[in-house]
Ligand binder design. Sequence first.
Ligand SMILES: *Cc1c(COP(=O)(O)O)cnc(C)c1O
Length: 383
Amino acid sequence: MESPRTPFNRPFIVGKELHYIAQAVQAGHLAGDGSFSDRCHRWMEERFGAQKVLLTHSCTGALELAALLSDVGPGDEVVMPSYTFVSTANAFALRGATVRFVDIRPDTLNLDENKLEEAIGERTRVIVPVHYAGVACEMDAILEIARSRNLMVVEDAAQGVNATYRGRYLGTLGQLGAYSFHETKNFISGEGGAIVINDEELVQRAEVLREKGTNRSAFLRGQVDKYTWIDVGSSYLPSELVAAFLYAQLENADTITEKRWQIYNRYAEALRPLEEEGRVQLPHVPEGCVHNAHMFYVVLPNAAERNDLITHLREHGILSLFHYVPLHTSPMGLRLGYAEGDLPVTEDLAARVVRLPCYFELETPEQDRVIDQVTAFVRGTSA
Ligand SMILES: *Cc1c(COP(=O)(O)O)cnc(C)c1O
């Protein structure tokens, strides 16, 4: 077998990343919340129209911070899709809250807003929509349900940075939002993330919990004359080295997005005939959503064909991936009392999805090889 030539993902540098890291070193401030963190915060607040954005060391960290801010504990319930990354659930499970999984829509693989109400009970406190592939959940319906039941909305916008829903940026629609800058996401800093705080009343506490439960942020602004332990908390700040790298990526957000769009559109145009022939399902972007080309996936007719396609691509030097093992059918999900069959749409789609290589430096000839191999396999014309 050939060794893979087209990886699934490749971390990249787009501009001044290394220059800014050198600047941070020269400035003599490598801990968190220096000038590069400030610049990242301001850039995101202005671009996304967010009340407050604070960098974290990961989206996992941002979700944990959100769970702390939501004040949930044992006996409380948090509703989310099972088709998501483990951190969405862990953040709340760590607080002792009960995670309630909702099925997804077959067209976007996002939380099915029509199945949300039946999952909400007396003890529900938080809804966590996950914007899969950077395509927004049906936020008007979700926010309306949350409003009528007085629930908090924490958006897992790990994949949705710079994407919009009816003109508003993902992460800014709920009380809290979480972004990821992991090297597999659109804008990267290796590991990295941010919490978006859209509720004025949560801003001050977010600063405190993020700074080990101290009022150090207020101290640095000269608002108090000493800093001390005033709440629970942990350390969620990234180093300035990370923020310096990230700022160079944010400055080039439009270049990065443009390139990803080209890749996405090339896949979509080339594979559209397969969808028209009823052989595969491609990503669907509902009206009112502008996605960020985070991901391109293909849904095969059944699990066996999906697995065979992954093998076929690997044999041709192309790495593709399936996505989440649904959390409710994972060993942890089973321990929480779930069973196979509980969420049929999630189980069906998760078994049939393949994610194709999609990264900033994917060159056209490389992408065309992927397209050719997918097409040959799906049409049954591959050797
Ligand atoms: C990547 C991802 C995360 C975790 O992000 P990290 O920055 O790696 O912690 C959480 N949720 C979703 C939906 C993700 O895709």
